[in-house]
Design a protein around this ligand. Structure first.
Ligand SMILES: Nc1ncnc2c1ncn2[C@@H]1O[C@H](COP(=O)(O)OP(=O)(O)OP(=O)(O)O)[C@@H](O)[C@H]1O
Ligand SMILES: [Mg+2]
Length: 225
């Protein structure tokens, strides 16, 4: 799925805080199937941009088009539906459901998608958890997992419904080099195989060599790296 941004501005105006314009992106696009590394120092707006791309945060002004569809022109329930069926998001804070097991967390997007029956959903979730090295942790809840293991559950969950756009916010921040390679291999190979567009926000310099397309978020704007 291609992604287009036009005249995008985002200003945070929380009460008691001075208004801050975090994003000012006039014109940017990601081709369908592209794999993009989004770099930028802490506070540059990477998470804000991913939240906007995910359909979770309406920008102050501007247009976000995913696969030709203007995300924020949709009523909220349709946007939620589009997100559930076409976008996988690995959050910076993982956001797993605390009362569900690892397996149930990975199955969740498949329940929303309603394409598979219960046993096919479980089979797919098992396979995904195995592929991120969590064969022995299917029944663990997030609290019973290490930070890196939780991240791997989040990766499996994001890929479960075979989304056309995958967003990942600092997916390797909590991992050692070996796990980091494994997670990035899985993310990149899964997206390549499915023809999905992948956007990874990170300041891990080790990731740059994995991406042909690198963009730097600086002073609110995107600069091709
Ligand atoms: N809900 C909010 N209300 C007000 N300001 C916010 C809010 N969320 C983020 N900001 C501000 O927007 C700026 C960008 O934040 P954002 O989280 O997008 O940065 P980031 O590039 O993801 O940083 P990091 O690398 O530390 O995760 C920061 O200055 C932050 O203070
Ligand atoms: Mg962030």
């Amino acid at each position: 799925m291609d992604v287009v941004l036009q005249q995008l501005r985002h200003t945070y105006a929380a009460s008691g805080l001075e208004a801050r314009t975090v994003l000012m992106i006039d014109d940017w696009q990601a081709a369908s199937g592209a794999q993009i590394l989004l770099r930028g120092v802490s506070g540059s707006g990477k998470t804000t941009l991913l939240n906007i791309l995910a359909g979770l945060l309406p920008p102050t002004t501007g247009v976000v088009r995913c696969g030709g569809q203007s995300l924020y022109a949709l009523p909220e329930n349709e946007r939620d539906r589009l997100r559930a069926t076409t976008i996988g998001y690995i959050f910076q804070m993982h956001h797993l459901a605390p009362t569900l097991s690892a397996l149930e967390n990975v199955e969740m997007p498949l329940v929303f998608g309603r394409k598979l029956n219960a046993s096919a959903r479980t089979a797919r979730a098992r396979e995904l958890l195995d592929s991120v090295g969590l064969r022995d942790f299917h029944r663990h809840r997030p609290m019973q997992l290490s930070t890196g293991q939780r991240l791997r559950v989040a990766v499996a969950r994001a890929l479960a419904a075979q989304p056309a756009l995958v967003l990942a916010d600092e997916p390797t921040a909590a991992l050692d080099a070996e796990s980091s390679h494994a997670v990035m291999d899985l993310l990149q190979e899964s997206c390549r195989r499915a023809g999905a567009t992948l956007i990874v926000a990170s300041h891990d310099p080790a990731l740059a060599t994995r991406f042909d397309h690198v963009v730097d978020l600086r002073n609110g704007g995107l600069h091709e790296g």
